[in-house]
Design a protein around this ligand. Sequence first.
Ligand code: SAH
Length: 213
Amino acid sequence: MIDSYKHKGLRKKLVDEIRKKGIKDDRILSAIEKIPRHFFMDSSFESFAYQDKPFPIGAGQTISQPYTVAFQTELLEIEPKDKVLEIGTGSGYQACILLEMGARVYTIERHRTLYNKTKKLLEKIKYAPKMFYGDGSKGLPADAPFDKILVTAAAPEIPQELFKQMRVGGIMVVPIGTNDTQIMKQIHKKDHDDFTEKSCGYFRFVPLLSNKT
Ligand code: SAH
């Protein structure tokens, strides 16, 4: 896999574009500048890797739009060493952004083929989140509590199991809704059964599916 000067130049432009759209956290912008997004996409889409758009990654799934990745990451208010649970590993790109920011990342994917493909890729490019195959809506009870939880698929409501597995003081970012578009929610856990939520605009995600297909 080659990361050429051309790729690096295109990444700089992408970062400028995302900054203009309102992302302020320099740690996120430098992670986007550093990570070759084209490594995470099928070679037939490689030339599109530095457009601010989502793209198919196989198994009917998509790699999120870079702006959306940056936006969700910003809402997580990542601190170095944060223990983060991501639901929906997909291409692995978002997990790598979190690793670059110094987080400890646990990520779950329910598509076996995608899980296998991404595991191989991340080993090859030397990123090492803890990867799990299974239904992410159940979380990882054995590894809980998490400081932050990021859901990268659309959930019909706040996933209760995940809320339980977050420490008091933690933040969950989750797109909520059953229609074509969802509302991005930032949930602050105030106590075991208490939280505040902020709505942060409309986005479009593939659904969080509980049953394996
Ligand atoms: N974060 C990804 C984008 C994910 S797209 C990236 O950076 O590329 C959403 C992903 O969530 C898809 O790969 C889909 O298979 C997965 N998914 C959907 N429901 C899930 C569930 N219940 N548990 C785990 N993963 C799920």
